[in-house]
Design a protein around this ligand. Structure first.
Ligand code: DAT
Length: 186
């Protein structure tokens, strides 16, 4: 299948002078670290969706077996709609398919090899079940496939996130992309 597969969504043209970027990927791939660095380098504002969900209780309880909160999607979308309408945000979340396509101008999907991903999750104290699920999710490229099904292929970019050098070069790529975007939308 090519990137221009006819089943993929067409690009949604929204004329925002400053773009919104979604940084997504399996937990532990480096979304928060990368988003913070993008924000520091560009002046865009980091929106950590996981933190908002917890702080504003946008969930319907906690699932102990999976060590995760059950997201209240409607409440979350209502909350974020206002935040994102001005543009200029770097949104960091492990799920990408729940958001309206029109919200984002660039979708970065971070990818990490099994060994470093395992180490990072172990350091975080994830239980075995959660680690195994996330490793499988990463190997099966679940988030990448979801991003490709939910957004126009030309705005979805897969980026390696195994080392700190990867983070630096990813941030540089975003800086270059942002300059081009701003020039086009000036
Ligand atoms: P996420 O937000 O995707 O769950 P994170 O940014 O919180 O991930 O990173 C988890 C841990 O892994 C954190 O200690 C920083 C480290 N890390 C993330 N990306 C990395 C990378 N590309 N190289 C080295 N360490 C990384």
């Amino acid at each position: 299948m090519s990137d221009s597969d006819s089943a993929s969504p067409a690009p949604v043209e929204i004329d925002r002078p400053i773009p919104n970027i979604l940084v997504t990927g399996t937990p532990g791939t480096g979304k928060t670290t990368t988003s913070e660095m993008i924000a520091n380098a560009t002046g865009l504002e980091h929106v950590n969706v996981g933190e908002i969900v917890k702080a504003k209780q946008l969930h319907e309880g906690y699932l102990e077996e999976f060590d995760t909160h059950i997201l209240d999607e409607d409440k979350l979308l209502d909350e974020l709609e206002d935040v994102l309408k001005e543009g200029g945000k770097v949104v960091d979340f492990h799920t990408c398919e729940i958001f309206p396509e029109r919200w984002f101008d660039l979708v970065l999907v971070l990818r990490t090899d099994t060994a470093p991903l395992y180490d990072r999750m172990e350091k975080r104290g994830y239980n075995q079940r959660k680690m195994q699920e996330n490793i499988e999710c990463e190997i099966m490229q679940v988030v990448l496939e979801a991003a490709r099904e939910s957004y126009a292929p030309e705005i979805v970019v897969e980026l390696p996130s195994n080392t700190t050098d990867d983070i630096e070069s990813n941030v540089e790529r975003v800086q270059q992309w942002l300059e081009a975007y701003k020039a086009q939308h000036a």
